[in-house]
Design a protein around this ligand. Sequence first.
Ligand code: PMP
Ligand code: GLN
Length: 375
Amino acid sequence: MSKLPNVTTSIFTVMSKMAAEHNAINLSQGFPNFPVDERLTEIVSRLAHEDVHQYTPMSGYPPLLTKIATLVKSSYNRNILPETQILITAGATQAIFTSLLALLKPNDEVIILDPSYDCYEAPILLSQAKPMRVSLNDDYTPNWNAIASTFSEKTKMIIINNPHNPTGKILNESDFEKLELLLEKYPNALLLSDEVYEYITFEQKHISTHTRPKLIDRCITISSFGKSFHVTGWKIGYLVAPDYLIKEIKKVHQFLVFSVNSICQIAVSEYLDLVNINEINSLYQKKRDYFRTLLKNSRFKLMPCEGTYFQVASYANISKENDVDFCKRLITEYGVAAIPISTFYENGKDLKLIRFCFAKDNQTLEEAARRLTVI
Ligand code: PMP
Ligand code: GLN
């Protein structure tokens, strides 16, 4: 008997596979296709010949923990203790999975905001807890009234994803004030904040939970070096949480992976001394603007994109097909792969919207746009 009867192969796998089979330009699954910074690849080549191939301590390579504390201080002016409040994980996915498994009990309720990224629900269900999905408003702002009426004494956690995949929306000051007011009423509820795109925001500044004193004592904040350093395949991320939570999370982590890939940890640790992480915003802002300009004469209607490397577009002017069928036809007839947004909703709400990943070199964006403008 299946423990996850409704879980199927992830849409990212399905679309990337189909893109490869049809030799299409893959703007579906989110990953960069431009070269990684040579300074980072040089560090890895050198490290391969050094004595760095055995387990690191369970929580992470100590110099990396210290550098993350420095990064959180410089980005958000928050003091965290490297030894006790940070855990290095095999990507944000493992940070999320481990946290949920460690902290949820049967029948706990967890609020998720739809459209939502796909990795939250499975660990909730495996913990025999209940996902409570609340739709965002039409402009992708959180519907705080609906969230408040879903909250109860059974609510163990609310998950936010900011900047938001797939919509590119970011939370503003008023959203945080409403969240804080709500959580004040429920002192036992926790917050999991998925901030993997924290360094990819544009006109509006990212507000991190690290900067919210009313939240940090009950919050697990999740980051990913895969996103920030264009190395999604390295699967390296981290979480920051208060001692009483991370203590429980580490109990699961030590038996799930024990520790994370040593070379990647050491390489990231050295690279953090060389790189200006704040330059990532302007790299992606240029790509967003370029991609949007290239699509200006297409029949797609482009939605606002405040952060992440995803552009959502409406094809309502082009076709009445559902978004999954439209994406499949986009691959087979036009040679471009995208992600149907309905797959981020509990009930597959079809809004005629699809998501393109613009973390690509200019040549790829130009060729994709050329194909998309003939539709
Ligand atoms: N959360 C969101 C919102 C994401 O888009 C991703 C993307 N891959 C992840 C978590 C997982 O990150 P990682 O690849 O570091 O596991
Ligand atoms: N986060 C990536 C995306 O949104 C997908 C990663 C994966 O395939 N698990 O496209």
